[in-house]
Design a protein around this ligand. Sequence first.
Ligand SMILES: NC(=O)C1=CN([C@@H]2O[C@H](COP(=O)(O)OP(=O)(O)OC[C@H]3O[C@@H](n4cnc5c(N)ncnc54)[C@H](OP(=O)(O)O)[C@@H]3O)[C@@H](O)[C@H]2O)C=CC1
Ligand SMILES: CC(=O)[C@H](N)C(=O)O
Length: 235
Amino acid sequence: MTETLSHTALITGASRGLGRALARELARQGWNLLLDARHPAPLEAVRAELQTLTHVQTRSGDVGDAFHRQELLEAAQTLGGIDVLINNASMLGPSPQPDLLSFPLDILEQVYRTNVIAPLALIQTLEPQLKSNACIINITSDAGQEVYAGWGGYGSSKAALEHLSAILAVERSDLSVYWVDPGDMRTDMHQAAFPGEDISDRLLPEESVPGILQLIAQRYPSGRYLARALPARNQ
Ligand SMILES: NC(=O)C1=CN([C@@H]2O[C@H](COP(=O)(O)OP(=O)(O)OC[C@H]3O[C@@H](n4cnc5c(N)ncnc54)[C@H](OP(=O)(O)O)[C@@H]3O)[C@@H](O)[C@H]2O)C=CC1
Ligand SMILES: CC(=O)[C@H](N)C(=O)O
């Protein structure tokens, strides 16, 4: 059965951290949601939490897996298409992060598959179900632009994601393409990036949500944005 729903967002990596924070706020605003993450139980907990607010579908799987991306396409079809795709799922790599000359190349391939190939592959797979003037949000990082020792794997993958996003924006001017740095956030990934350190001074991911939702609502020109430099105007 095809349900025709007005606004639908697909968020990858929505079982915790920034993805869950985005899902919660979009649900509160009445968006219909298609969510993924690899582990089913935490993803199901998000669905159970949000289903009282809106229509939520979940598909557990790895964004790097073509079969899983096909499942997301089929779910998108049942929802009548996608207005907003948020490529949020990401892989840091080893913790602590090794220098480049000792970086295990098999893990570097996984980092690139998750952070670079999978977002593009998901856009390619979903293209038939992207509504006109759809919005693509690729979550990047300051590590994609700044040079930090020890951040060569993850950082270079985010740099590649940024360049890819910029070229997509030029090639597809009919889409709104945003690559967004959410800023440091108190999440599992950030703790893994700083193992053993006290990260309690970092802002929660909820602080990065209003700016991202403002991009969606206001449809600024395609480009790179800092989530926290975009305070929501209308909330
Ligand atoms: N935290 C920070 O300080 C910063 C984060 N970012 C970026 O923000 C985004 C969100 O990060 P954050 O919330 O901290 O991350 P978290 O580690 O807290 O959450 C990651 C989410 O993605 C899911 N996920 C991870 N790998 C995959 C995969 N291969 N396929 C599908 N789902 C996956 C996880 O669930 P599961 O494990 O079940 O798959 C989880 O739901 C990322 O793109 C990150 O690079 C950018 C700058 C700073
Ligand atoms: C994962 C992190 O903690 C990092 N600060 C980043 O910029 O992505």
